[in-house]
Structures are given as structure tokens and as C-alpha cells.
Write a protein that binds this ligand. Structure first.
Ligand code: ARG
Length: 465
């Protein structure tokens, strides 16, 4: 036995000198992959139980291993576990401690397994529970958004294109547009979970193992839908991490769009909403300031999440099959993506239900921007004018309004008749804000009854999952 060579390493057998101390630190992952300790232990439990069921371990050995793993788990939970860089990663730290605790049986745990299928299993388990926590926060945000929408089906604000006043819309309708983005995000997250939920355990280093393992056994014990199909793919695949990060990029993109609107709406110039003080901070020099820091930060955090997606895509690009050490670089971007998404969703889920619309200001903005100009054109079409001519007539009316400072609904009937003689008193029904949104009474339209129905459907969908 080569006890005087590199004794500290679980793989030290073929080495003639110890690892360079810098290389040791450079190649170690334990500082960050210890986050997967619980998943690593769960995987080891399933693997050991399977080995016992096929007769590779005795029942007594299995019990020793399970008891030992209990103790390791307790030490980790209590913060008493001594993580060591020399032991490189979470897998070898736990295995070495197990062996320290239970002796030679601990060394049998790794039979028919490799760190390559072990780490692939751990990441999937970790990500699966992260996905479940993220789905919960996302759902909480959706509930809050739909609730605020249901309270504001008839609250009128200007709808914008090019950030210019376009047509009046219900504030609830605008919020339900947010919910549509979030609903698609939820769907993508669930798709990612389904494709990810397969067990790579048993692929071993890359080619499978000579022991009579039962992969269905470990897959079921760990809550996977089934084992993965191909051993080479099992240890090399990180598609699920990339899929998750692309879900995250798109979700954060959506949150950043919402953030931008909140920042604009909360400005003194728009003054459409009040953000509760607890989500804002002050300025150390300008006493009047109340800054919308939370939406601003969420908007800013898209940068790192997009960066992590590119990191993972670049990490996997051109990697030959099967496992390469490059893959150790998958964890930090993935973990930071999980943390950022969870925190950002939490901030939004807490904040959105607390938004107070300034109903009068929204209404005034909608009223003063010629937002019912299209309604007047549609009215003229109803009188028999071709749409293009109606558009021209209304353009002239708006020009007059700009000159005189009057909105269309504020002009005298006689003035309006000066632009088109056929206009009657009933024109004012369509020029009012209520008339304008109420007339868009179809599926997906902004009429308050449609918005109320849409909120009901959206909530039912959220509650059905
Ligand atoms: N720490 C490694 C990782 O994160 C575990 C797998 C190491 N496998 C190996 N053959 N060196 O990928």
C-alpha cells in the first residue's frame, strides 16, 4: 500500500506526489457545491438501499451506512461538519466523513457509482426542489396580480404605444397582461421540470457498471419519473440547467418590464401609483426623494441572470462526450440564478398586492391625451365614412384640440359637426372614457365585464394547479 504517497485523497492510489496546493484550491468545488449536501445524502441513501436489495451490500452494511449518513446529515445541519478543500467536493467530503464514522463499510458505498453520475443526480435533485419553490413564489405573485386586476376592472388609465397615449384601457386589463407573461413562465418552468425529472444514477463514470444494479429502484426512491436512457448522455447532459436558466432569463425579462412600468408610474410626472414606503428608500442628500429601489434592483438583476445563461451555453459548447471537469463550472451560475429568481419573485409577490393606484390621476391622463380619437373614427365609420377618410377627419379635430387645449369630449357638438356634418349628440357616448373601454367588449378586450371574466379565468387556472 502506498501510505507514504498521497494518502489524503480518495483517488490517491496511482499518484506519486501530493497535489500542488494551489491546484488543490483551484480544482476544488466544495466551497460552493456543499449547498447540495442534502441531495448528495439522499442519492447515497437510495444507492445503498438499491445495492442491498440486489445483494451487493448486506442488510447489516446497509443499516450501518444509513445510520452513518444520518449522523453526517446531522453534523452538516448543525454547522459542525468540517468541510475540507483537500477532499475537493461535497461528494468526497461526505464519503470520507462516513468512512471515518463507520469504518470500512463506508468505503463500499461508492460501489457501482461514480462522482459523474452522482453529481448529475445531485444537481437534478437540487434544481427540482428549487423549481418547486420558484413555482410557489411565481404563483403567489400571479394571485396578487390577478387580485389587484379584479379590484380595478373599471379603473381607467391611458394605454400606451411608443409610450405615447394611445387608447384608454382598464388598469385591471394592463395587470392581466402581466399575468399572461407570468402564466407562460410558469408553463416553461413546468416543462423544464418534466424533462429534467429523470435519474442519471447508475450511469457510473460513463459506460454503466458491471454490478447488477436496478436503476428503476433508485429512480423511484428519489422521486424521478424514470431513469435516463443513455449512460454517456446521463453524465454529460446539462441541458436541464440551460433550460432552467433560459426560463429564468425570460422571467426576469418580464419582471424588468413590469419594474420599468412601476418606476415610470411612481414618478412625480406620471403619479399613477403609490408604492408603499416599505419597498422604497430615501436619498441621503435630497430629502424629498422616495426611490423605487425594489423594482429598480429587479430590473438590474436581469443582467446577471442573462449572464449566467450565456455562461452555461458557453460552458457546454464543444464539450466532447462524456463528463469533463468543465462541468464543475455549472454550479455557481445555476445557484446564483436560483437565488436571484427566488428573491426577485419574493419582492414582487410582496409588493404587487400593495400597489395603490391613483385612480384620479390615471383617469385625468387618459382623458387629456386624445385617447378616444380612434373611437371617434370608428363612430364616423358607423355613419358610412371609409376608415381612411374618418382617420383624416379626426386628425383635423385633434389638431384643433391641440390648438385650443380642448379634448374631443370637451368640444361643442357644433364644433365637431364642423369636421363632419353628420355627427350627432350620441357621439359623446363613444368619446367618454367609459364609452371607449366599454365598447371593446369581446374576448381579450378591455371592457370591464371582459376584464372581470378574464380575471376569473386566470385565477381558476392558477388555482387548478
Ligand atoms: N466536483 C465535480 C463536479 O462538480 C464532481 C464530479 C467530478 N468527477 C470527476 N471525474 N472528476 O463536476
Amino acid at each position: 500500500m502506498s501510505k507514504d504517497k498521497d494518502t489524503s485523497k480518495l483517488w490517491g492510489g496511482r499518484f506519486n506526489e501530493p497535489t500542488d496546493s494551489f491546484v488543490q484550491r483551484y480544482t476544488a468545488s466544495v466551497t460552493f457545491d456543499q449547498r447540495m449536501a442534502a441531495e448528495d445524502i439522499a442519492g447515497s441513501r437510495a444507492h445503498a438501499s438499491m445495492l442491498a436489495s440486489v445483494g451487493v451490500l448486506t442488510q447489516a452494511e446497509l443499516e450501518q451506512i444509513l445510520d452513518g449518513l444520518d449522523q453526517v446529515a446531522a453534523e452538516i445541519e448543525a454547522g459542525e461538519f468540517n468541510w475540507s478543500i483537500e477532499l475537493e467536493d461535497v461528494h468526497m467530503n461526505i464519503e470520507a466523513r462516513l468512512t471515518e464514522l463507520i469504518g470500512i463499510t463506508g468505503k463500499k458505498l461508492h460501489t457501482g457509482r461514480s462522482r459523474n453520475d452522482q453529481v448529475a443526480t445531485d444537481i437534478r435533485l437540487y434544481l427540482r426542489s428549487a423549481i418547486d419553490r420558484i413555482a410557489e413564489e411565481l404563483t403567489r405573485l400571479q394571485r396578487g396580480t390577478i387580485g389587484l386586476a379584479a379590484d380595478n376592472t373599471a379603473t381607467i388609465m391611458p394605454g400606451f404605444t411608443h409610450l405615447q397615449t394611445a387608447q384608454p384601457v382598464s388598469f385591471g386589463h394592463h395587470l392581466l397582461a402581466w399575468n399572461e407573461m407570468l402564466e407562460r413562465d410558469h408553463g416553461r418552468l413546468m416543462d423544464c421540470r418534466t424533462r429534467m425529472n429523470q435519474s442519471p444514477l447508475g450511469a457510473a463514470a460513463l459506460a454503466g457498471t458491471t454490478y447488477p444494479i436496478e436503476r428503476e429502484h433508485t429512480a423511484a426512491a428519489l422521486g424521478f419519473d424514470k431513469p435516463t436512457e443513455n449512460s454517456l448522455d446521463s453524465v454529460s447532459d446539462r441541458d436541464f440547467a440551460i433550460e432552467f436558466c433560459s426560463f429564468a432569463s425570460l422571467l426576469m425579462t418580464h419582471l424588468s418590464r413590469m419594474s420599468e412600468e412601476l418606476v415610470i408610474w411612481a414618478s412625480a410626472q406620471f403619479n399613477f401609483i403609490e408604492l408603499p414606503d416599505r419597498f422604497c428608500t430615501g436619498s441621503s442628500i435630497m430629502p424629498q426623494k422616495k426611490n423605487p429601489d425594489v423594482p429598480e434592483l429587479v430590473r438590474g438583476k436581469v443582467g446577471r441572470v442573462n449572464g449566467h445563461l450565456i455562461s452555461l451555453l458557453t460552458l457546454m459548447k464543444s464539450q466532447p462526450l462524456a463528463y469533463n471537469k468543465d462541468n464543475q463550472e455549472d454550479k455557481e451560475p445555476l445557484f446564483d440564478t436560483v437565488d436571484t429568481v427566488l428573491d426577485s419573485l419574493r419582492a414582487f409577490a410582496d409588493m404587487v398586492p400593495a400597489i395603490k393606484p391613483r385612480v384620479e390621476n390615471m383617469r385625468e391622463a387618459a382623458r387629456s391625451g386624445f385617447s378616444t380619437a380612434t373611437d371617434l373614427a370608428d363612430y364616423l365609420v358607423g355613419l358610412g365614412l371609409p376608415f381612411r377618410d374618418a382617420h383624416e377627419v379626426v386628425g383635423t379635430a385633434v389638431a384643433h384640440g391641440v390648438e385650443t387645449g380642448l379634448d374631443l369630449a370637451e368640444m361643442e357638438l357644433a364644433t365637431l359637426q364642423g369636421f363632419c356634418a353628420d355627427i350627432r349628440e350620441d357621439v359623446f357616448d363613444v368619446l367618454t372614457l367609459e364609452g371607449s373601454i366599454g365598447a371593446r367588449d369581446h374576448l381579450g378586450g378591455t371592457a370591464p365585464n371582459q376584464v372581470a371574466a378574464a380575471a376569473g379565468r386566470a385565477l381558476a387556472l392558477v388555482e387548478s394547479r
